[in-house]
Design a protein around this ligand. Structure first.
Ligand code: SF4
Length: 420
């Protein structure tokens, strides 16, 4: 079955963005994920029926990178109607979108480790690379198998890759602020080895990790075993903390909390300065993507207005959504929900607890009160508008406001929303 034997084939990247295909794809994607009600609520600022008001952040939901990735995945099915189509892991972190792709016969391959399914890829197959990208070893393997690839890696992720590759070329160790087990960070880390694979990286997640690294930079530690135990996943092979923290460059997963990333950059710079007397061996590039930044900024803006509760809709493994929850929960009761089904009743909300890292069920009286309630809604870059619409309708429904009343309110406003 394998095409790997013999001469190494050239990469077979295919462009599925053909005008005649994209027109149909865009219509299909809009049908699956668009919501006219969401547009109405967005345009109103505060959308009120009776004693219940809903408000949306100015920026939320699908970002340009996610839209592009979904379009390309849908286009792949149209361009290759008869081929086996695979996807490395998930196209984005959203169950609903991934379910649609599965229904289209697109098969998800493991993303943490390659298994025999990768050995069985042939030149007849198509492999979609998700918006997060994929590690170099995965790309090389697919290339050796001769399969065709549709690469949906976001341009903002590739910008980070260029930075860390540059660090490796210049003998600078990459300090990557991100989650070591996240698809994007794994892909970025593999590029931090550089083209000749001699580069080094360490992935840090928290300011505590940064402080520990700073202590090493200042020469306050010498127990390498403790260092390895602290970063079991996010280290390049052969990393020696006594050697590889000399010239350091900070990059970050594109979806981190900007304020935290800036704080980490500053701490590391100060540590290098206190060691060397200057920051000549410190390099930094802010690689938070524009869409993540806009969603965080929009939430900060939204939080200036009075709200009783905030619902953040999105996949529990979505990094940028998680940071929206962190921002919200500092200010008001905030619930990280996957879908509207999490709103089980006025008093029971199933939601993801970031601190316990599990889904929990909470009792709350916030939505149940008789007086006026203002509920804010936002969503990460991987959440489609139809899920946001369902959430809005669910809140109204629980508060005794029917879909017909929602439609009537839209009619009154003279805007066409047609909740299904
Ligand atoms: S969140 Fe940012 S980096 Fe990720 S796909 Fe969207 S635009 Fe690209």
């Amino acid at each position: 079955m394998s095409a790997a034997a013999g001469k190494k084939p050239k990469p077979r990247r295919v462009n599925v963005r053909k005008p005649e295909v994209m027109e149909r794809v865009e219509a299909e994607v809009a049908e699956h994920y668009r919501s006219s009600l969401v547009e109405v609520v967005r345009s109103q600022g505060l959308f009120t029926i009776g004693n219940t008001s809903m408000t949306l952040a100015k920026q939320f939901g699908f970002c340009y990178g996610v839209e592009r990735a979904i379009d390309l995945a849908y286009a792949s099915r149209r361009v290759f109607p008869e081929s086996r189509i695979f996807l490395i892991g998930e196209i984005i972190h959203n169950q609903e979108v991934n379910r649609q792709l599965t229904e289209m016969g697109i098969v998800s391959l493991p993303w943490e480790k390659m298994d025999e399914q990768y050995d069985e890829l042939t030149s007849e197959d198509v492999v979609i690379v998700p918006a997060f990208g994929a590690p170099v070893s995965f790309m090389d393997k697919i290339e050796r198998q001769g399969a065709q690839t549709v690469d949906t890696t976001c341009g903002d992720v590739m910008k980070v890759w260029r930075r860390v590759r540059g660090f490796a070329k210049d003998g600078v160790t990459s300090i990557i602020h991100g989650k070591a087990s996240h698809e994007e960070t794994r892909a970025t880390a593999s590029r931090a080895l550089g083209d000749d694979k001699t580069g080094h990286y360490v992935v840090i997640l928290t300011t505590d990790d940064a402080d520990y690294l700073c202590e090493w930079i200042r020469g306050e530690h010498s127990d390498a075993g403790a260092f390895y135990a602290r970063f079991p996943e996010g280290l390049s092979e052969g990393f020696d903390p006594m050697v590889h923290l000399d010239r350091v460059g900070v990059a970050n997963q594109t979806t981190m909390l900007k304020s935290e990333t800036e704080d980490i950059q500053k701490r590391i710079q100060v540590a290098v300065e206190s060691r060397d007397g200057d920051a000549e061996k410190f390099f930094v590039f802010d690689t938070i993507c524009g869409a993540t930044q806009e969603r965080q900024d929009a939430l900060f803006e939204m939080l200036k207005h009075k709200m009783d509760a905030l619902l953040v809709v999105g996949g529990y493994n979505s990094s940028n959504t998680t940071h929206l929850v962190e921002i919200g929960e500092k200010e008001l009761p905030t619930f990280f929900i996957r879908t509207s089904d999490c709103l089980q009743s006025l008093e029971d909300i199933v939601h993801f607890d970031l601190h316990q890292k599990v889904e929990v069920s909470s009792k709350t009286s916030i939505l149940a009160q008789d007086e006026k309630v203002v509920v804010g809604v936002t969503a990460g870059a991987s959440c489609p508008n139809n899920l946001i619409e369902e959430t809005i309708l669910r809140v109204f429904d629980l508060r005794g406001i029917s879909r017909e009343q929602v439609q009537a309110e839209c009619d009154k406003l003279g805007v066409a929303a047609a909740p299904a």
